[in-house]
Ligand binder design. Structure first.
Ligand code: ZN
Ligand code: ZN
Ligand code: ZN
Length: 765
């Protein structure tokens, strides 16, 4: 039997999110509680702890590390080895150690905690009304970090010298702000400044009061937040919202709103319990909620939509502004069109000066910009549509150990993914790679992630599409750095992403429905049924190929797709003059489209489900030209909800055998036109079409199951952001006995592509 009074030594290593989350003070407190001596230290790999005491106390201490860890800590790995005492006299927190080549996880930025909110709203508190209040449980992290280990000199807080009061908190292991790197107060920390659009300071006693006054007057104010500038205006003021749209070149793209608290959210939206917890979580994403018809938020905020993107304040600055204005505020990324969000003061004044009347600036730099994340709750679980603030750069956990890979992502809704060990570091949302600013932001962010996580890719993965900017970047890098390169088919990446998101390896039946993806045969894919795992895929089914007259022009003008599909499937005779949507098409353009289809001029072939949605939406007169991506399909989903009880569907047929099925669409399109000629309402057509899309998905999956014996179906691609489609497809497949895998942590849209590319490249022989 061991001598119970013998002093032993335990060496402990904790890995995961253990820095910048109050972990060392927690360890300090635990060591005091169990009367253990030794030290704790951050390294660039882990938190190392050396403690000595009686074995029983050591065991209690170790189990408490796991069971009582601070709320934001995530211990992924805890290793312990025992040895003999070296005679530590006390317990201390040692200076951080940088270990060459080692890395650790970095916490995302975290919404203000309740204790800090108390400080901000308590009379007499030295941080009362201080907009940069934070502690080890909340505040900026990733956006201010320049390198690891996470210590103040390596953050954008390095230029602020702490006052004696802040320093005392920072040095006191029992204080909530012990080693809180962004710790600050009104005496020593960052300060607000209110300027006009020329950058000239506005004379006022209180920036928050004056800002609130401007917002109430209907002005547009650019506010520097955690990850970049947000453009704010009164969401009840039609004129202000309309003004905000004009220079942003988004005539109808929905804006998110920020509401004061949950009670306020309930006034405007239906909020479930899960949605409420998600809104109030430390990640505080934008959540798409069902919008009440009685809401006072003007409809111009999300024209034609039944969902409203809502977030709660996530910094003290937001809380203060929302309290003061007492209004729902539009809060949309500070950019024009698809440029990256503006992050620096000068840049914001230059880029947003045509939009905003006033600027709320501050002098804490944003090292890496960050958009707000967007989520929905489906089937009782949160699902990300845009993964950014609050989530990145926390990795997706892989079920296997991956080599170091850079997966470059897709062209739209781009992010990239770097892998190391069993971590897939999916970057924050970068955006649509259509301009030089976004490409610069992309390259800078790749370098930051490589540096933070000490990754030197050996393999580079990219989309097969030869014109995608990230693919061109990948090939340049591969040549420059002599890396192995792996080209990945777009829809294979979608399905692999869904598998990785569910920690599964396949093979599965993969249903990939989206707008556009470069196919192995050079055609545009997007209504695909694959049999896939990480190692490879076989195309087992598709929607039939149909022409897109004018190529990309057809994507922005869905009536062209509608015309092309009708002509190809039913011929010119089917263009009945009583069809309402035909009347809106200019006769010259109509003749041109006819010629394009007839002579096969600039009319690439596509099997895209997204385009089929567009075509039916245009035929039904819902939307003939779009000004944001997928608008025609989104509006058809919205209008279909008005025919909630409609159970009818349209005919279609399948050709081929169990190994390859093609969905033929002439009966479907004929039946849609027939309904419209009979005067059927667009909502009924919309619902019948959703029912049909779900039925064809089930029928093709059943055929593939007969041929392959597979019973799991992974759903991926942007079309599955459509909740009506997702609900119907998931429901029908489950009824037919399939296991259905849906996305959770990465988006089903092209924001999931980089993860899929990475896991495929990791498994490429
Ligand atoms: Zn806090
Ligand atoms: Zn201070
Ligand atoms: Zn896609």
């Amino acid at each position: 039997m061991a001598d119970s009074n013998k002093i032993e030594l335990a060496r402990i290593s904790a890995k995961g999110v253990v820095q910048g989350v109050g972990f060392r003070p927690f360890i300090y407190g635990l060591a005091k509680k169990y009367r253990l001596n030794g030290w704790v230290c951050n390294t660039s790999e882990d938190v190392k702890i050396e403690v000595e005491g009686e074995r029983e106390s050591l065991d209690s201490f170790i189990s408490a590390i796991k069971s009582e860890a601070p709320p934001l800590a995530r211990i992924e790995n805890l290793t312990v080895s025992f040895g003999s005492s070296v005679g530590h006299g006390n317990f201390e927190i040692r200076e951080s150690e940088a270990l060459p080549g080692k890395y650790q996880l970095v916490s995302p930025d975290i919404a203000t905690c309740n204790l800090c909110l108390n400080d901000v709203f308590t009379a007499g508190n030295r941080r009362r009304h201080y907009p940069f209040t934070n502690c080890t449980n909340c505040g900026p992290r990733f956006t201010i970090i320049k390198d690891i280990p996470y210590d103040r000199p390596l953050t954008t807080m390095s230029s602020f010298k702490m006052c004696p009061d802040c320093q005392r908190e920072y040095d006191d292991p029992l204080d909530r702000r012990f080693h809180a790197q962004p710790n600050a107060c009104p005496v020593c920390g960052p300060q607000l400044e209110l300027t006009d659009k020329m950058g000239k300071p506005v004379d006022c006693r209180d920036v928050i009061n004056k800002t609130a006054e401007f917002l109430r007057e209907g002005r547009i104010v650019a506010i520097k937040g955690l990850g970049g500038f947000l453009l704010a205006c009164n969401a009840e003021n039609v004129e202000a919202v309309t003004l905000l749209r004009r220079p942003k070149r988004r005539p109808s793209k929905p804006f998110a709103v920020m509401l004061r608290d949950i009670e306020e959210a309930r006034k405007h939206c239906v909020v479930s319990y899960t949605e409420e917890s998600l809104l109030a979580s430390p990640q505080a994403p934008i959540v798409l909620l069902e919008w009440n018809s009685s809401s006072s938020i003007c409809r111009e905020t999300g024209p034609g939509l039944k969902y409203l993107g809502v977030m709660l304040p996530y910094t003290p600055l937001h809380h203060l502004i929302l309290q003061k204005t007492n209004l729902p505020l539009v809060m949309t990324s500070g950019n024009i069109s698809e440029e990256p969000i503006a992050g620096q003061n000068g840049e914001a004044l230059r880029r947003l000066g045509d939009i905003a009347d006033y600027f709320v600036l501050h002098d804490r730099d944003i090292h890496s910009t960050y958009d707000d994340s967007v989520a929905i709750v489906f089937d009782g679980e949160p699902r990300l549509i845009r993964r950014s603030r609050g989530y990145a750069p926390f990795p997706i956990h892989l079920a296997f150990t991956a080599p170091q890979i850079l997966a470059c992502g897709a062209e739209e809704k781009n992010n990239f993914c770097l892998t190391r060990d069993n971590h897939a570091f999916v970057s924050q949302h970068i955006g649509d790679m259509e301009n030089i600013e976004t490409m610069d932001h992309y390259e800078r962010t790749v370098e930051l992630y490589k540096k933070l996580f000490r990754i030197r890719p050996e393999i580079i993965a990219y989309d097969m599409h030869p014109e995608y900017l990230p693919s061109k970047y990948a090939l340049e890098q591969a040549e420059k750095l002599a890396l192995k390169s792996v080209a990945v088919q777009h829809h294979h990446a979608h399905i692999a992403s869904c598998l990785a998101d569910n920690c599964k390896e396949g093979p599965v039946i993969g249903v990939a429905f989206d707008g556009t993806g470069y196919g192995n045969d050079g055609h545009i894919w997007g209504g695909e049924f694959l049999v896939a795992d990480y190692k490879g895929f076989r195309r087992a089914g598709q929607l039939e190929y149909l022409p897109l007259p004018g190529g990309s022009l057809a994507i922005t003008k869905p009536y062209r797709t509608a015309l092309g599909y009708i002509l190809a499937l039913l011929g010119e005779r089917a263009l009945d003059s009583r069809l309402g949507f035909l009347g809106k098409i200019d006769s010259v353009e109509r003749a041109l489209v006819l010629r394009q289809v007839e002579l096969n001029l600039n009319s690439p072939l596509t099997s895209s489900m997204g385009r089929l949605f567009d075509a039916v939406s245009a035929m039904a007169g819902v939307r003939s030209a779009i000004d944001y991506e997928a608008q025609a399909a989104i509006e058809m989903e919205m209008i279909a909800y008005d025919a909630a009880g409609e159970a009818g569907s349209y005919p279609f047929s399948l050709t081929g055998d169990n190994s390859y099925t093609i969905v033929l669409l002439h009966e479907l399109v004929a039946a849609v036109l027939d309904d419209l000629l009979k005067g059927c309402h667009a909502s009924t057509v919309g619902m019948r079409f959703h029912n049909t899309a779900a039925a064809m998905t089930r029928d093709v999956c059943v055929k593939i199951r007969e041929g392959s014996g597979l019973n799991s179906v992974a759903l991926s691609g942007g079309c599955f952001q459509n909740r009506l489609l997702l609900t119907k497809v998931t429901g029908l497949l489950s009824q037919s006995g399939f296991d259905v895998l849906n996305h959770k942590n990465v988006p089903s849209n092209d924001g999931g592509i980089s993860l899929g590319q990475a896991v495929i490249a990791a498994n490429a022989a």
